[in-house]
Write a protein that binds this ligand. Structure first.
Ligand code: SAM
Length: 266
């Protein structure tokens, strides 16, 4: 790896500390019968630990320059996929697994949120998420309503489970060292936590959080709802989305769904 040219544009900050790598596997509670998805295998340090802990690992890596290094790991239970994970359909990724899988990754920082949203929203087989993210992103994932970090990412994570910061990781643990510290966030996916579809939730949550300074009413009008109909809803739309927890967003989403159904039946 000495001659490898690290690519900042791919968020390449690699880990090598064995205790930390083993710690991530234990944070993810990997069992010998588990199937694991790793996003961004890099030079394979985490991949190797995952292969030793799990039954099978599917690892995505965008950078084909890492192919010889990763193929050189020689792990028999490893499937390598040299693709941009965001360009492969989630259904296709789900189909690579026999059963539900654990996503474990030291995520590339420039696309952390898109990757998290992709799997939360679309995967039918995601069992849990254990991801290394920038400290600020971790704070957003676990934030509660009313705090400065609370937003769409926080509400979306809360819709699917109870994300927790499992450990803080100093920037010194990476090579090359990034400009910020990181943390590991873990959550088990609870698909039936609320009785509405993820699509209905995301549609409404996205509209509500569109502009932080605007009230729910103004954001919803901007999203195409009619002011007169909204006025009849049993919900205080003078509030801002940042004060609503996932349960209240679900409540609002249900009211808005019944509104659209009424509109359709006219
Ligand atoms: N897992 C390794 C480790 O912990 O040392 C590397 C982690 S590094 C933070 C992120 C890795 O994700 C890099 O190797 C980068 O090339 C890869 N990557 C970046 N964008 C990607 C994408 N869209 N799809 C798949 N891999 C990607």
């Amino acid at each position: 790896m000495k001659s490898f040219n690290f690519k900042k544009r791919f968020g390449q900050n690699f880990l090598s500390d064995t205790n930390l790598l083993k710690g991530i596997c234990s944070d993810a509670q990997i069992l010998p019968d588990d199937e694991v998805l790793e996003v961004g295998a890099g030079a394979g340090a985490l991949t190797r630990e995952l292969c030793h802990a799990a039954k099978r690992v599917v690892a995505f890596e965008i950078d084909r320059d890492l192919k010889p290094v990763l193929e050189g790991l020689g792990e028999e239970n490893l499937t390598l996929v040299f693709e941009d994970v965001l360009k492969v359909s989630t259904k296709q990724i789900d189909d690579m697994f026999d059963k539900s899988f654990k996503l474990v990754a030291n995520l590339p920082y420039y696309i952390t949120s898109p990757i998290i949203f992709k799997f939360l929203k679309e995967s039918e087989k995601l069992f849990s998420l254990t991801v290394m993210v920038q400290k600020e992103v971790g704070a957003r994932m676990v934030a509660k309503p009313g705090s400065k970090d609370y937003g769409l990412l926080s509400a979306s994570c809360a819709f699917f489970g109870e994300p927790k910061i499992l450990r803080n990781v100093s920037r010194k643990m990476f090579f090359p060292a990034p400009e910020v510290d990181s943390c590991i966030v873990g959550m088990k996916i609870e698909r039936k936590k609320f009785d509405i579809s993820a699509d209905s939730f995301f549609e409404v949550a996205k509209a509500c959080f569109k502009s932080r300074r605007k009230t729910l009413l103004n954001n919803l009008v901007e999203a195409g709802y009619k002011k007169a109909e909204l006025a009849g809803l049993d919900f205080d739309l003078s509030r801002r989305a940042e004060t609503l927890d996932a349960r209240e967003l679900v409540c609002l989403a249900k009211l808005l769904t019944s509104l659209s159904a009424e509109e359709r039946s006219k």
